[in-house]
Design a protein around this ligand. Sequence first.
Ligand SMILES: [Zn+2]
Ligand SMILES: [Zn+2]
Length: 422
Amino acid sequence: MKVESVRGMRDILPEETPLWQKLEAEIRAAFALYGYREIRVPLVERVELFSRGVGEETEVVDKQMYVFPDRKGLPLALRPEATASVVRAYVEHGLHAKGDLAKLYYLGAMFRYEKPQLGRQRQFHQYGVEAIGSLDPALDAEVMDLAWHLMERLALRREGLLLRLNSIGCRDDRPVYREALQGYFAARVGDLCPECRRRLETNPLRILDCKEEGCRALARSAPRSVDHLCPGCRQHFADVQAHLADLGLAHEFDPTLVRGLDYYTRTVFELCSRDLGAQDALLGGGRYDDLVELLGGPPTPAVGFAGGMERLVIVLSAQQGAEGASAPALDLYLVPIGDDARREGAKLLAAVRRSGLSVDTDYMGRSLRKAMQVAGRTARYAAILGPDELARGEIKLKNLATGEEKAVRLPQFAADPHTLIR
Ligand SMILES: [Zn+2]
Ligand SMILES: [Zn+2]
């Protein structure tokens, strides 16, 4: 019986992995330039980390999270995002005790039970940064500058990028804003979806990111969070915008932007591509100044962002398609003819690999002609070892791009293949 993969859980095949590796390398390089260090957190966490951290009323936790009991009945979740895990680790390992700004980044698989479509899987991959320990508005701007820099490294045009920005205020601003939203939506309750009628009591802010058309229409004229900021948050937002201007980062103020997770405070932002359709963000983030405390640490402000790798892979593969085929994967392909050559060849393979060149050979009993075809597809050079070459103590090297051939002494080839195949 054939066993198939689970819906929304996709294999990334060898044809695709070079793109993923390139993307991961660019992300790591960009994050390192800004002083971030990698943290690797588990795929599985206790359910309450997300119900408390991300919010019970969010779509992510309420509808999309994979939840299951382990064999002793402990309720666990596959992580739907990584910020809560990073903050848990920050608190658990006492990173705050060092008294410094912790700049942490991650890459990895996340899980959400969504309808699978192009660029959206149930197991998907995110990259993100978390800067924990400072309320400095210059840090908000630096995090957004990093987001821009990363996209520019990936050859997205600066003019094609759109930074959407809002401030949703601190927890002291929230009750007043919440009341304003409740008043506004309560007067229009008939136009809300059933879900949002419930949210009206529990978490009216979440109505602003409901996907239903009726709710969206109402949300567009709803009271704005920026009109309900305390003087501190108002100043912080003004400072963030001034720092963005200093950095030459154009942004668009978007009063409807709230992000779908409860932990956000003050700054929220999304970086979108005009080329891909600005309604789908490449990445999003903001401040979460209460999350460390909420998860048991001391009051500690923080800011970060996360983005989906799948979207970037689509962007990069479109670019690479335009650039044409990539270089062969192997440096060398060894074609032995006859049993003696095969045995001698096995020793050569081991030596060449230890010298740092990639080399492979035929294990399928192919003819010389067929083996040369494989070499042509996969390698830059073919190394042909037949009875005649063996008798002379030589091996024949063929440049598969130019067709040029030369005979090389076997000891020289084994000792220093690099200089021979440049
Ligand atoms: Zn405030
Ligand atoms: Zn709704």
